[in-house]
Ligand binder design. Structure first.
Ligand code: BF8
Length: 651
């Protein structure tokens, strides 16, 4: 691997990916696309090397039109006077705001669909009425005289308020779900947020030219935004989805590229919002559309999930997942995909380039996402009455693509992997017999710790090698693992979500898993469902009567990519749960140096001190570890869990 001194880490090329990626199907498809002359993310990453050192370190300021300014030893301040700390922290605050906007927009669409369902303007069969009653209770909504639909409408309004409130009133979800000892910490730090929309606005405001010159105040806004992100974007979308489409339960299925079938219409479902895709599934499974597929000469219709939509559909219906963000082009390289139905976020422009190589139809279904050359049939959350007819058109367009392609190019990797998904918060507690059973096991050491392994892929890490390498080692050391997002596709395809993988765990954990009939990695859903893992952490802490920050918990984001991952990590940090990152964020990396007299100089700076030293630790009781090698990263994580256990006297 080529070493990048600005990042203090090796950077993989395509040959490294071939050698290190854990899924053999990936290698087969990389070769296939290369032979077909189709460029992919791996080629474009190579073409971008070496990447800009200032960009890699977060020291390039592009927040006004006096710049761009690069902060360096020669020019330690930008034109306006901003120094390195101000530039780097402001950039991170903006990244979190962008990620929060993405999840909040997703939440907004689901909550509006929920409200429209209660009002009878969207034809959606509500599956989570009991959940709505529970939420109404938690939000202290007076339900007298509201009727069933009125309760759902009131819950939707409470969630909508948390997405968009502009005043300093308390957030409903935060009041209902945050542990009270944590709330005191946040009050003392003065970081209680108003809503996702307000804090996105304030983040952009505080980082614009001449608005705030104190990087520690920007750091405070980062933490405030993390809470807005968690309670205003993640909780709101995850809970609204559960009320609309039901709470997931565990199901056994098969995953990986091999679920695609040559004689079938193969349709991939990709993105984040559940609203259009749920209706499309309903249509695809109707006798009319099935008949249409047979008329076109297909033996049937295969649905496969990608990215967070894939995670959610696996959780709710056991629909097979195929791959994640960096595998989306590879999936089309099978030559078997007739159509990809995409909604919002993580649908990379490169998808259409490969689609054109293989004649795959791309259908965009979000008003926010347009792709030149794709068929656009959008769902507008403010015009829900067209949902039914539009979903029918999407389903027909996807099936019609079957006859339009050259089927001689089909080459599907044979590999399929058994997997169990569907571990909503309630399902995890149900499988193990309650939070108290898990709490006992954490205390007596059968479970050495609980980790959530989540987030995207990045070409800066050999594809999926860090997710799988770290998770496997955590399991072998007796750590219970939950997963979401693109990480979960890596772990699903690697067989770690197969109940049979319990044999990797040491005896105490293995017995627990076998008794519960669950795998060592619990796939809980898409990225917004990270709150399911957070709720699990909170429930076990409650049983143990300990603050979250004292417990052997860990958030692992081994292959961060999207701006959304900044908020994911910050969400757990602000709850007192440390973060293990497999890759340095865009901050000046602390590189130890040899001084003029041969002495070892500490390369620390204010930003690394804040995130990885005593800064955050003293404020919220958690910090960020960064380790790129999967074996070393797992060791670092295990040391963290071990130190927590020792401090509790649990050995
Ligand atoms: O929200 S893990 S690449 S798919 S951002 Fe995107 Fe990252 Fe995947 Fe889902 Ni989450």
């Amino acid at each position: 691997m080529r070493f990048n001194r600005h990042l203090n880490q090796p950077i993989p090329d395509k040959a490294d990916v071939r050698a290190l990626t854990p899924n053999p199907a990936t290698v087969q498809l990389i070769d296939r696309l290369e032979d077909a002359g189709c460029e992919t993310v791996f080629d474009r990453f190579a073409a971008q090397q070496p990447q800009c050192p200032s960009g890699l370190r977060g020291t390039c300021c592009r927040m006004c039109q006096w710049g761009p300014c690069r902060i360096s030893g020669k020019a330690p301040r930008g034109v306006c006077g901003r120094d390195m700390n101000q530039v780097v922290m402001a950039t991170i605050v903006r990244q979190l705001a962008a990620g929060m906007s993405a999840h909040a927009r997703h939440a907004h669409e689901v909550v509006l669909a929920l409200r429209a369902t209660a009002e009878g303007t969207a034809t959606i069969m509500l599956k989570g009425r009991e959940h709505a009653l529970d939420l109404a209770d938690r939000f202290h909504i007076d339900t007298d005289g509201l009727g069933d639909d009125g309760v759902v409408r009131a819950v939707a309004q409470a969630l909508l308020d948390d997405i968009g409130r502009m005043t300093a009133d308390p957030m409903n979800t935060l009041e209902a779900f945050a542990p009270s000892d944590r709330r005191k910490v946040w009050e003392e730090l003065d970081i209680l947020p108003r809503s996702a929309a307000y804090e996105s606005m304030e983040s952009l405001h505080m980082t614009t030219l001449g608005a705030c010159s104190d990087w520690t105040a920007l750091a405070g806004q980062e933490l405030r935004s993390a809470l807005a992100y968690c309670y205003g974007a993640l909780y709101t979308s995850s809970l609204a989805t559960e009320v609309l489409y039901g709470v997931p339960t565990p199901r056994l299925t098969e995953v990986n590229y091999g679920v695609l079938k040559p004689g079938h219409v193969n349709v991939l479902l990709h993105g984040h919002s559940p609203v259009m895709v749920e209706k499309v599934i309903e249509k695809v499974r109707s006798p009319e559309i099935e008949a249409l597929a047979r008329e076109a000469g297909a033996e049937g219709i295969v649905l496969g999930g990608m990215c967070c939509t894939g995670d959610e559909l696996l959780a709710r219906y056991g629909i097979p997942t195929v791959t994640n963000i960096m595998g989306q082009e590879l999936a089309l390289g099978t030559g078997a995909v007739d159509a990809v139905i995409v909604d919002m976020q993580c649908v990379i422009p490169g998808l259409k380039i490969v689609a054109d190589c293989f004649g795959t139809e791309i259908i965009t279904t979000s008003i926010s996402n347009r792709i030149p050359g794709a068929t656009h049939i959008p769902f507008n959350p403010e015009r829900p009455e067209t949902l039914d007819a539009d979903a029918e058109r999407v389903a027909r367009t996807a099936v019609a693509a079957f006859g339009a392609r050259d089927r001689s190019k089909i080459e599907i990797p044979e590999r399929v992997t058994t997997a169990m998904g569907g571990f909503g918060y309630e399902a995890i507690l149900g499988a193990f017999g309650g939070a108290s059973v898990l709490a006992d096991a954490v205390r007596d050491g059968r479970i050495r710790g609980v980790a959530t392994v989540v987030g995207c892929n990045t070409p800066k890490v050999a594809y999926e090698s860090a997710h799988v390498g770290i998770a496997r080692r955590l399991i072998e050391a007796g750590v219970l693992v939950t997963t979401t997002g693109c990480a979960s596709h890596a772990l699903l395809n690697a067989g770690l979500c197969d109940p049979a993988a319990a044999e990797l765990a040491p005896p105490g954990l293995r017995e627990l898993l076998e008794e519960a009939g669950v795998p060592p990695v619990l796939a809980v859903g898409g990225c917004v469902d990270n709150v399911r893992s957070l709720r699990l952490f909170i429930a076990i802490a409650g049983e143990l009567d300990r603050p979250l920050a004292e417990l052997p918990y860990l958030f692992v984001g081994a292959e961060p990519g999207n701006e959304k991952t900044v908020g994911q990590g910050a969400t757990f940090l602000v709850h007192g749960i440390s973060v293990l990152s497999g890759f340095p964020a865009q901050i000046p990396v602390a590189v130890p140096r040899i001084g003029p007299d041969g002495e070892l100089l500490d390369g620390r700076n204010d930003i690394t001190e804040f995130f990885a030293g005593d800064g955050l630790l003293s404020l919220v009781g958690a910090k960020i570890y960064t380790e790129t090698d999967p074996a070393c990263a797992a060791q670092t994580g295990l040391m963290h869990l071990h130190r927590k256990r020792q401090a509790l006297g649990w050995g």
